[in-house]
Every structure is written in structure tokens, then in C-alpha cells.
Ligand binder design. Structure first.
Ligand code: PMV
Length: 336
């Protein structure tokens, strides 16, 4: 089982190659409670793999990922894999990060010998770039370069900030992050400037986390998010991930700040707004955000843990009926 993550400094551009090498560094916060569970059972070699994702999300990429990961890890085929997420998939809430890190954890647990951390990160990243950051808990930096590296810069306990998420659209986005990134790099005249600006934000955000300084963190994450979206808006055809309610929530956050509430937003590739606030401030932020017209619901989170292997599925897991109770015994290692 693995959590999603919120990018405080965004990954929005690939260096090339097939394994999602990033063009720039990024830094995220693993989000407790926004989780995906992956379960597997072995149907027998020669039968191909079968992957499902509940609530229904495109699983073609997942099937391809499982086939490649199995081969790399020396696991036989015929795996029946079900991924189930407890929040909307494909809508800018990093469902792919939690799903691919959950499946990576699951497959790594089935492999013998088990892959080392760097290999796990490379595997997760080949499914979805940001998934490599969900392999660690707390505040996580993904440094680009040959092979790349993923490092926990602070534990979840280091700074127990609150995260309030405004869901303003439930359906999947029109343009995936992968496609959006490629289009931005190929056509936006602002792309190089974006990469340079992101590189400047990174040490500021890292330092603010280490110092637990929201007054420094906040402006840096807001400008990083806005610059990513500005660069994407400059693509041809343009990429506009926002809904009217996205902007309304941004304005509400700015209004809250004027009244002295230390809350700052970030937006990934989708319309949802994630608000990070100092411990204790969520009690004021959540109702204010929930009251913004167009906000469907509000989710709450805080710094989350690394993936874990669990022996029984959580209550929210939507497993097909024929799976009940049989998965751990068939695989023998539980769910990832
Ligand atoms: O990992 P992908 O391909 O889903 O792309 C993630 C893109 C952003 O969420 C917008 C930024 C990030 O760093 O997570």
C-alpha cells in the first residue's frame, strides 16, 4: 500500500529516454491517507498478466509496466493484479504516483533477490515519474541525472503540517501529465525559463522544510506551481488544467492569508487545489475552502509514510468479489 504525494517543486519536463528521467529536480510531500493498494495472485505461467484499477482507470500502462517490471525482477508471468485507490484517479491527485509505487512495492516483495532501493526507484519511475518519490515517506527530493536519485530530506514527524485538498472535479483530466509535459517541452516558449526557475526554487524549498519555515516555503511553492501552469498554458495547443473553482480556491487562500492564516496552495496537473498550512490551521482552512462555490469535497492529509506490505486489505479497498480472502494466501506475501 502506498501514498500519493504533493509536488512542492514540480517535475514538469523529461530529460529523454524511456524511464522518465527528469529534466529538473523536484521535491514532494508524501500524503498520508491518499492511498492505493496493490494485490496480486498468481494464475500460472503462460497465461499472461491481467491488471485492473478500481475505481476504473486506464490500466493499459499498468499492464505494460507489470510485464516489464516482472521481466526485470525475474518474476514469471500469469499475474492477476488489482490496484484500488481511495481517491479519484487521473485527476491531478497523484493517483499514478501511489498506484505505481504500490505495484512496485508489491512486485519487489515477490522478487528473489529483492531489488535495492535505487532499483525500486528506477522501476517506479518507469511507470510514472513522480511515483519514485512516493517510495519514501515525509519530504522527498528527486534529483535528476543519470539514473537519478530519491532521498528523504525530512521524516513525516519532522514537520506535521496540515494539508487540505479542494476537489473541484472528479473525472479524469483531458491531457495526461506525460503528454502534457512532452507538449510543453516541445512547444512552450517558456520551457527553458521554467526549468531555470525551478532550479532556483529547489534550495529555497529544501531549506524552508529543514527550518520548518512556512513564511519561506509558502511563497516558493505558490510561485513554482503558478510558473509550471504558466509554462503549460504557453504550450501549443495550450494546456489549461484549471476549472473556475480552482481559481476561486486560490483567491480564498489569499483571502485567508490576509486574515493571518498561514496557508499556501499548490496545484499539480489537474484542477484540484492542495493547501498546505501550519499545524493546527486546517480547522480554519478546511471550512473556508469547503464553502467556495464549485468545491465538491475537501480531503485532509498530513505528512505520510513510505509504502508498506499489509496482510489484510483496508476497508476502502474495492477488490473484486472473487478475491476476498484469497490474495495473501495465494501470493504468500500480502499486499503492497
Ligand atoms: O509523474 P507524472 O507523470 O504523473 O507527472 C507528475 C506531474 C506533476 O504532478 C504535475 C508534478 C510532480 O512533480 O508530481
Amino acid at each position: 500500500m502506498a501514498n500519493a504525494n504533493l509536488a512542492l517543486v514540480k517535475y514538469w519536463g523529461k530529460a529523454g529516454g524511456n524511464v522518465n528521467d527528469a529534466a529538473g529536480g523536484s521535491l514532494s510531500l508524501t500524503l498520508e491517507g491518499l492511498s492505493s493498494l496493490a494485490g496480486a495472485r498468481v494464475r500460472g505461467t503462460g497465461k499472461g498478466d491481467y491488471c485492473r484499477w478500481n475505481p476504473p482507470a486506464p490500466a493499459a500502462g499498468l499492464t505494460q509496466f507489470v510485464a516489464q517490471a516482472r521481466e526485470r525482477l525475474g518474476i514469471g508471468d500469469g499475474l492477476d493484479i488489482v490496484v484500488t485507490s481511495n481517491f479519484p484517479a487521473g485527476s491531478g491527485l497523484a493517483s499514478s504516483a501511489s498506484a505505481y509505487s504500490a505495484v512496485t512495492t508489491l512486485l519487489a516483495g515477490l522478487a528473489d533477490p529483492q531489488p535495492r532501493d535505487a532499483e525500486r526507484a528506477e522501476l517506479a519511475r518507469s511507470g510514472s515519474g513522480s511515483a519514485c518519490r512516493s517510495l519514501l515517506g515525509g519530504f522527498v527530493e528527486w534529483r535528476p541525472g543519470k539514473g537519478g536519485s530519491v532521498t528523504q530530506i525530512a521524516t513525516p514527524e519532522h514537520w506535521p503540517v496540515d494539508v487540505v485538498i479542494a476537489v473541484v472535479r472528479e473525472g479524469p483530466k483531458d491531457v495526461s501529465s506525460r503528454e502534457g509535459m512532452l507538449r510543453t517541452a516541445a512547444t512552450s516558449p517558456f520551457y527553458e525559463a521554467w526549468l531555470a526557475a525551478g532550479a532556483e526554487d529547489l534550495p529555497v524549498v529544501r531549506g524552508a522544510i529543514l527550518n520548518k519555515d512556512i513564511q519561506v516555503l509558502g511563497p516558493a511553492i505558490e510561485r513554482n506551481a503558478l510558473r509550471m501552469h504558466a509554462t503549460a498554458l504557453g504550450a501549443d495547443p495550450p494546456l489549461l488544467y484549471w476549472e473556475p473553482a480552482t481559481l476561486a480556491v486560490v483567491r480564498e487562500v489569499w483571502k485567508l492569508r490576509k486574515t493571518g492564516v498561514p496557508a499556501y496552495f499548490s496545484i499539480d496537473a489537474g484542477p484540484q487545489v492542495k493547501v498546505i498550512c501550519e499545524p493546527g490551521s486546517a480547522e480554519r482552512v478546511a471550512p473556508a475552502i469547503a464553502a467556495v462555490p464549485g468545491v465538491i469535497r475537501v480531503l485532509r492529509s498530513f505528512p505520510g509514510r513510505a509504502p508498506s506490505i499489509v496482510t489484510a486489505p483496508p476497508s476502502w479497498a474495492q477488490l473484486p468479489p472473487d478475491w476476498s480472502g484469497s490474495v495473501p494466501s495465494t501470493v504468500g506475501r500480502g499486499y503492497g
